[in-house]
Design a protein around this ligand. Structure first.
Ligand SMILES: [Zn+2]
Length: 287
């Protein structure tokens, strides 16, 4: 973790990368930003900048989380934060939380990339109207925002740790890790645009991205039977479908249809991920 202080008033901004240790484009971008600050090639003009390589052990091992460990982005809830840490990720999540408490950033953007194909998107806990978050979202080029005001995702992630404390906490999925567009250069450009948007880069005006699709996670369809199979052509992440669209059927033929016009969020396409009572898919509704 690195802190750059300008000595001038301004926002305290935190950028995190490598919560998942093998998401190289954000990690390489974050480390490049650290190198530019350390060499003096870049200096921040206002406020303070906290850079966090969140799971360096997993990065060293080129794994999503360290061997024998757990998903760091499930370690920011009360249960793990309050316990005596046993695993590296549990200890690391507590260290990251302590540093955030000490430096008290108003804004944190946590940079990821996805292992499944798909366009970049952003997630946050507060509803889509949360003005401080909106001011940061327009600095990121992704078009889709998914907000989760009811904490369906469980309040265990780093961005939720911020968002539930009244701060801006945004998880930015910068794209599919195998996409030619998801490069360290692209992610570094996004990081610097967030800096520029907070007046941290002297003389640099930020690019503003106002064309957004704002989704709120208002419904969850849970698995209620055996042998669910998705219909052909249905079930990709961020797929927008009309009310009544049949998503698929259980082994007994019972069909599951959309109760509202909605965008599919994290559909469980792999049969081994489908469990009784657990979400089959979350539904994002446009606001
Ligand atoms: Zn990730």
């Amino acid at each position: 973790m690195w802190l750059a202080e300008s000595g001038e008033p301004g926002t305290t901004l935190a950028l995190s990368f490598g919560v998942h240790g093998n998401e190289r484009p954000p990690i390489d971008a974050g480390l490049a930003l650290v190198a530019e600050l350390e060499s003096g090639a870049l200096a921040i003009a206002r406020g303070r900048l906290l850079l966090i390589h969140s799971n360096p052990r997993a990065t060293e091992e080129d794994r999503r989380w360290s061997e024998g460990g757990v998903d760091l982005n499930r370690c920011f809830g009360k249960a793990v934060q309050a316990k005596q840490p046993e695993l590296y990720e549990e200890q690391r999540a507590q260290e990251v939380a302590r540093v955030l408490e000490r430096h008290d950033p108003e804004v944190l953007v946590d940079f990821h990339c996805t292992v499944e194909p798909g366009d970049p998107f952003m997630m946050q806990h507060p509803g889509v109207d949360h003005a401080p978050s909106r001011a940061v979202l327009r600095l990121l080029s992704a078009r889709v925002l998914l907000s989760d005001p009811e904490l369906n995702f469980g309040n265990v992630s780093l961005d939720e740790w911020m968002g539930t404390r009244g701060k801006v906490g945004i998880c930015f999925e910068t794209g599919w890790i195998q996409s030619p567009d998801c490069t360290p250069e692209f992610v570094l450009g996004e990081m610097k645009n967030v800096l520029a948007g907070h007046g941290m880069l002297a003389g640099v005006e930020p690019r503003l991205h106002d064309d957004k699709t704002l989704l709120q996670l208002d419904h969850v369809i849970r698995c209620e039977g055996d042998g669910f199979r998705w219909r052909d052509g249905v079930g990709s992440n961020l797929q927008a479908l009309e009310k009544g669209t049949v998503l698929g059927a259980y082994a007994d033929g019972t069909e599951v249809a959309l109760p509202v016009d909605a965008t599919l969020i994290f559909p469980k396409k792999k049969p081994e991920l489908v469990e009784h009572g657990k979400p089959l898919v979350y539904l994002g509704v446009r606001h």
